[in-house]
Each structure stands twice: as C-alpha cells, then as structure tokens.
Design a protein around this ligand. Structure first.
Ligand SMILES: [Zn+2]
Ligand SMILES: [Zn+2]
Length: 344
C-alpha cells in the first residue's frame, strides 16, 4: 500500500509498505476519500510522523471475525482508537477515551493507522454505515467537515431561535455554517480571509465580519437583538482574540463552545465573564456516537452545500500540491483520493 509521508519542511512524498491485516474486531478498509485536516501544519513545519490523517470513508475489504460489518460495506471511520469499554466509550463520547490502545504496539507496525493512505485499520464499532446512494465524499464529511461543530451545537442546544457566532471559517467553521443553516439558525461568521468569507455567505451565513476591523465586536453586536449579543458562539479558529470575541459577543446567559485547538492562554474573568454574565463555556471535540444516525440523515439532505464546502480533490500523487493549496487558505474542505495518481 502507498501512504503519504512528510519528507522535510514543505516536502511531501509517498512511501510503500505492506498492507496491514484485519485482526480481532479491527477490519481492513480500502480508503476512497480521506478529507484533509490540520496535517498541513506538520507539512509546513517539516514534522514527520507515521500517522498522517484521521478522516476517511471507504469500503470494508477484510474482516478477521464475524462482527458489526461485512466485506463490501461502505463506512465512515471515526477518529482515534478508543477502548470501547470505559464510561466515555459506553456514553458515545469515545473521543475522550483515556484507555485507547497503542496502535503500533498492538498491530506490530503503524501501517493502516493514519487515513492518508490506501488502507486503514479500524475497530468495527467505530465505523458508521454509509446509506445507499450517498457518495464516499459526502459521507466523509461526518469527520471534521461537519462533526466537531455538530457536536458543539448538540452540546449548546443550538436551534432556530438562536443567532450563532462562528469564529474561524476554515473547513471546520464552514461546516459549522452548514450545520447552523440545517438547524434554521441565523449564523454570523468571523474571518479575515475573503475567499472563506465569500464561501460562508454562499453557504448561508447572514454576515461575515473581519476580525482585523477595530470595531469587529461592535459589528457583531449590531447584528443582534437590541445589541445585547449572540445567543451562542462557537470558536473554530483556535485564536485567543477569537476566544475573547466569542465571550464578549455572547449575550448574558449565552453559551460558547471551543472547537479550535489552541496552545496559548486565553484571559478569562470569572466575575465579569462567568458569574455576572451567567455564561456557559464548553469544550467540544467531536460528536457523540449516538448522534451518528442524525448526522448521516443530515448529510443526505445537505448534499448541495457539501458540494460547495468541498472545493478541491487531489490524488495521492499530488499530495505536495494538496498541502500547498491548504497553506494558501484559498480552499474549503480538501479531499485526498488515495487511489488516484499513486505511482510516485
Ligand atoms: Zn474508552
Ligand atoms: Zn480532522
């Protein structure tokens, strides 16, 4: 099998290794669509890792024992390797599992760990069946395209009565616009990138504010009832200033979810932000497994918007160009097709 590898700073390549074996409840999946996420940051930094990619949709091609899937089933693979037994796993919140096994140790190698390759190994219970007639590409948006913001909206109870602020309109935030529109919510976006602002408006956002404007907060507030603030906010940028914008733009008794990862400290004032405002703050990573039927139903109904969200497709052989495209920011969701142009 072939898979992507980072060879150096802004240098991508392909390596060939043996196809891994199905084992116990781990099934072998032929990957047809591997949506690209934040791996481009490792590409830019030249940080090599054997595990590249965590989003995929494909076809089950080998099973080791009778289980939840059969050969030929079309599935979406959920991220991470969870234990399936702890309180979080049993609760559908497997993404927070602390007992996941060491893939390389268990399988005796790392082939099939990352999704940006031709084959993937996954436990059968972490696979969502793809409904008949739904493409691999659309189904794969159940990963980070739609998943994190779907989970955040379930957590905050976002509905048609809400005005929702989404900061950061990269692929995750743009997916959030689709999730928001599906719920009948009024969405205000925040992003400085004109390409992404345009795409958010196309997907149905009411307005997109440039966070570099000095009065960005005032602009957001002016779009809310009596200027009192948005009902809910979701940060998908992982930028400290955007965290503050979400907190400051939320109305009293509002709620904010943080989806974008961030390595820096965000100032938070317990009295003014939390107690007097009555604000609810939540960290949200992915969606609850019990919501997967809802997710697949929604995907079946928003296909036209997903075709706008997915702006680029690259074969495995064009991985260099794919990552360079992501670095420009002039894209929505980018999909890697591991069986196209893979002769490198
Ligand atoms: Zn677990
Ligand atoms: Zn992702």
């Amino acid at each position: 099998m072939k898979r992507v590898r980072i060879l150096g700073k802004k240098q991508a390549g392909i390596e060939t290794l043996a196809v891994p074996q199905a084992h116990a409840n781990w099934v072998l999946i032929k990957v047809h669509a591997a949506p690209m996420c934040t791996e481009y940051k490792s590409f830019a930094a030249g940080a090599d890792a054997p595990i590249i990619g965590h989003e995929a949709a494909g076809e089950v091609v080998a099973v080791a024992q009778p289980g939840r899937v059969n050969i030929g089933d079309r599935v979406v693979a959920m991220p991470m390797n969870a234990c399936g037994r702890c309180r979080h796993c049993l609760d559908g919140e497997y993404i927070h599992c602390q007992d996941g096994l060491d893939f390389a140790e268990y399988h005796g190698g790392d082939a099939g760990w990352g999704t940006m390759g031709q084959y993937l190994l996954k436990q059968d219970w972490m696979l969502l069946p793809i409904p008949a007639g739904m493409s691999y590409e659309h189904a794969s948006m159940a990963c980070c395209g739609l998943g994190p913001t779907f989970g955040a909206m379930q957590r905050l109870g976002v509905d048609r009565h809400d005005t929702l602020l989404i900061t950061g309109l990269g692929p995750v935030g743009l997916g959030g616009v689709i999730n928001g529109m599906y719920r009948g919510t009024r969405v205000i976006g925040v992003d400085a990138n004109p390409y992404r602002a345009r795409l958010a408006l196309t997907l149905g956002a009411t307005a997109v504010i440039n966070p570099l404007d000095k009065n960005a907060l005032a602009q957001v507030l002016a779009l809310t009832e009596r200027g009192r603030g948005v009902d809910k906010a979701i940060d998908c940028s992982g930028v400290v200033a955007a965290h503050r914008l979400c907190i400051d733009a939320a109305r009293r008794r509002g709620a904010v979810a943080f989806v974008g990862e961030c390595g820096e400290e965000t100032p938070l004032f317990i009295s003014d932000d939390m107690i007097r405002k009555g604000l609810t703050l939540a960290g949200s990573w992915h969606f609850n497994l019990a919501d997967s039927p809802r997710m697949m139903t929604m995907i079946g109904e928003v296909g036209a918007q997903l075709d706008q969200l997915i702006t680029h497709r690259f074969g495995l052989g064009d991985i260099q160009q794919a990552w360079e495209t992501q670095l420009t920011g002039e894209c929505g969701k980018v999909i890697l097709q591991p069986w196209e142009g893979a002769h490198g």
